[in-house]
Design a protein around this ligand. Sequence first.
Ligand SMILES: [Zn+2]
Ligand SMILES: [Zn+2]
Length: 276
Amino acid sequence: MTGMTSMLMSPAVPIVLSHPPVLRMTPPPTSRNDCKPVPGIKPPKKRRRLSLIKGKIHKLIMCNSIIFLSIQDCPICFEELCSNSGYEENKASSVVYKLDKCGHVFHKSCLAAMYNSGPKDGSLQCPTCKAIYGVKHGNQPAGSMDYHVIPYSLPGYRESETIRIIYNIPPGTQGPEHPHPGKRYSARGFPRHCYLPNNDEGRKALRLLIIAWDRRLLFTIGTSATTSEPNTVTWNEIHHKTEFGSNLTGHGYPDPQYLDNLLMELGTQGVTEADL
Ligand SMILES: [Zn+2]
Ligand SMILES: [Zn+2]
């Protein structure tokens, strides 16, 4: 009675009806039967890594080998193109290559030296005009990429179901393309689950992500930005949404700019709609 009285007598306290946002990292549990293939995209056959593309310079550039008799200088070594490359003193003849898109001409051995002193990632940039030749590849460690549609919507995409991507990369030993060959690397937080809306934009993003996975561009080995752990598998500058039903970590939805940003980040790695 006294309780009731004091409640009735107490000054009005505003009643908060709205709840603070709740972190929802994952969708409700989904059985295998509820997962459907992504329409129009071949189901994953456990997308394994491809072997490292060894940069064969002549295959890479598809350039024309020509004998160029001119007093023009090679832009790499500044020797005349009709004389020997500064990088290959002993060759009697000077072979020069003309890049087939931009037409710039270099000693063959100068281009080879330039390629071999770079990341040897399967691509080459013309030192004169910056045109890009070949296809950039990364050093993503071995693992699998899986994807399917689950019957739930993301915040901001209530009209679409959701594409779930599952990346799984186990720990292993670094290869010659990694920062510390022969050393072990760790792999934290795998399998990593990521989400896209199952609409035209989301499916286009998935197609490009599949290409980026096959070119080994999505992950790399380095030092974790969050824990500072060295020699661990990290994201490689292509951001993913890992929070399903809220956006408390900054890696969730709604985020109207996300799909455009994702296409931009893929483009920076050389993966564009022209690859589809
Ligand atoms: Zn040269
Ligand atoms: Zn050029």
